[in-house]
Design a protein around this ligand. Sequence first.
Ligand SMILES: Nc1nc2c(ncn2[C@@H]2O[C@H](COP(=O)(O)OP(=O)(O)OP(=O)(O)O)[C@@H](O)[C@H]2O)c(=O)[nH]1
Ligand SMILES: [Mg+2]
Length: 130
Amino acid sequence: MIDTPGIATKIDYEDFMKHKMKKKASQKRAKEATQGIVEAIKWLEDVDAVVVVVDATQNPYSQVNITIVGNLIARNIPVLVVANKIDLKKADVKKVEAAFPEYEVVGISAKNGKNMDEFYESVFELSKKA
Ligand SMILES: Nc1nc2c(ncn2[C@@H]2O[C@H](COP(=O)(O)OP(=O)(O)OP(=O)(O)O)[C@@H](O)[C@H]2O)c(=O)[nH]1
Ligand SMILES: [Mg+2]
């Protein structure tokens, strides 16, 4: 099981500085984070199935989501989309479903454990496709 770092298209060392890191350390950390993403994308070559976890309070139609999911579709890799943070008012699972019509979407809250049974059931179904 691989837990990849969050795949972002933009890593700004100044974001690390906002967390009280010095400039040099922030630049080093940003470089490492970028490397982590490159490695995560390489790992996609070797996986049997992918659980894509998105923040359901954010716009699902981001460039990075479209690129990653497009890549998985092209490779015929089974995918389950998890719309996380349904404990927040802003969360919109329907919007996530509309953005990824190819895949099953399960809404959960990792924070308070909501819908975990449905999630495990979906992972089991996903494993059968792998
Ligand atoms: N409200 C709410 N917040 C959550 C939930 N799950 C995670 N978070 C918060 O979201 C932030 C990111 O959570 P992480 O678990 O670090 O996310 P990640 O995708 O593993 O992040 P990276 O591995 O660093 O890319 C943290 O502040 C969590 O507390 C949730 O279900 N509800
Ligand atoms: Mg993580």
